[in-house]
Design a protein around this ligand. Structure first.
Ligand code: GLA
Length: 394
């Protein structure tokens, strides 16, 4: 059995840099229950933090140099002076680490150099926010080691999440919204996190499915998925252009009762479909939270299915593998199912009765085999804790 990522990060540290780290910090990946492509429109989203985490073993250096090593990546450590960190430099996975140092320094904090070794159990490229987990583990470490004291309050954690988002946007070059970093920083065990992306406020919503005999099945379609390509940016651009046409700051300002009129003022069918998704999806998040609070799981499931249809038909970010996973899960008796995350591959989620999860998983695997798709990988997810310190000293 492979060793736990905390141990792997420690080993990686001593192999790459020698000696022991000042401490080890970790942050989770996330899965979004509902509210997709709403974050960059100032809308609502409802992610949970996953049990899978990325660990960063970190030791401060006396100079302003950053050395980074990952046990998931071949080759020796990536080394860069902090002053040389900028868009595209360093490239690859190290951008997510170096970007956090850069963003916190841009935010006015005194940021030291460091040796950073990482190891993770968050699947990479599956749309489960392995990049946010890496950024937030590093952000948590810096908060403690540089004495920023941002982990102790939700306001401080929100600030850290925002720095991590800047790292991703400005240094790694992925134009993502803020949902993933907020989920990773502020996630709470047994709770989903209701995000209001208009003002980055959050509210923990009890989400203990096991207590209700239910489970959340995450199905990694293993279809290729990349956010640094043009499709995500194109969706963002269309939404922003539509908001400008409608004379609002973000699509959040379009009230559901005004949607029909707003659609009539948009110049083309693509823009109308995108806006319809965003406005109706924001409504679905509110209704989903109401359903969860009322224990009306059938209603919650129907909202998930409606979200998927909207993402597939109006936002056009699904793909054959995601559609097959969702349709098969629903056909196998799931209460609800939908794609989750940015789309174009990655994961679907299904809300199932706990004793039915194995059957749903088997049915999806069978359907994928019949369709000639790669074998999917599935696991049951529970809402877990956000970023934090796991160990001080090596
Ligand atoms: C990706 C981005 C998020 C969000 C989702 C879609 O995961 O990183 O910011 O926009 O897509 O909801």
């Amino acid at each position: 059995m492979p060793s736990a990522p905390l141990d792997r990060a420690t080993t990686q540290f001593s192999v790459a840099f020698g000696g022991t780290p000042d401490g080890i910090w970790s942050a989770p990946g996330r899965v979004n229950l509902i509210g997709e492509h709403t974050d960059y429109n100032g809308g609502l989203a409802l992610p949970i933090a996953l049990p899978q985490r990325t660990f960063a073993a970190v030791r401060i250096r006396p100079d302003k140099v950053l050395r980074m090593s990952s046990d998931g990546m071949p080759g020796g450590p990536v080394t860069i002076p902090l002053a040389d960190v900028r868009a595209g430099s360093p490239g690859g996975w190290a951008a997510y680490v170096a970007g956090v140092f850069w963003a916190l320094s841009e935010a006015g904090y005194a940021v030291p150099g460091a040796d950073v070794a990482v190891a993770s159990s968050v699947p990479v490229g599956a749309g489960l926010s392995s990049s946010a987990a890496l950024e937030c583990a590093v952000g948590a470490a810096l908060s403690d080691l540089a004495g920023l004291e941002l982990l102790g309050t939700s306001g401080g954690r929100t600030e850290l999440a925002s720095a991590c988002q800047r790292a991703e946007n400005d240094i790694a070059g992925a134009p993502t919204g803020g949902m993933d970093q907020l989920a990773s920083m502020l996630g709470r065990r047994g709770h989903a996190l209701l995000l209001d992306c208009r003002d980055a406020t959050t509210e923990a919503v009890p989400f203990d499915l096991a207590a209700h005999g239910l489970a959340l099945l995450v199905i990694d379609t293993r279809a290729p998925h990349a956010l640094v390509d043009g499709q995500y940016a194109a969706r963002r651009h269309t939404c922003q252009a539509a908001a400008t046409t409608l004379g609002v700051r973000s699509l959040r300002e379009v009230r559901p009762q005004d949607l029909a009129g707003a659609l009539g003022r948009l110049p083309d069918e693509v823009a109308r479909r995108r806006v319809r998704h965003v406005v109706t999806e924001i409504v679905r998040v509110g209704s989903f939270v109401d359903a969860v609070r009322a224990g009306d799981w059938a209603a919650a499931g129907r909202l998930m299915a409606a979200s998927h249809e909207s993402l597939r038909d109006d936002y056009e970010v699904s793909c054959p593998e995601l559609d097959l996973a969702v349709d098969t899960a629903l056909g196998a008796g799931a209460l609800g199912a939908r794609m989750t995350g940015g789309g174009f591959g990655g994961c679907a989620i299904a809300l199932v009765s706990a004793d039915h999860a194995v059957q749903v998983e088997a049915d999806v695997a069978g359907a994928f085999a019949s369709a000639g798709f790669r074998a999917p990988e599935a696991f049951v997810a529970t809402a877990s804790r956000g970023a934090g310190r796991d160990r001080f000293g090596g």
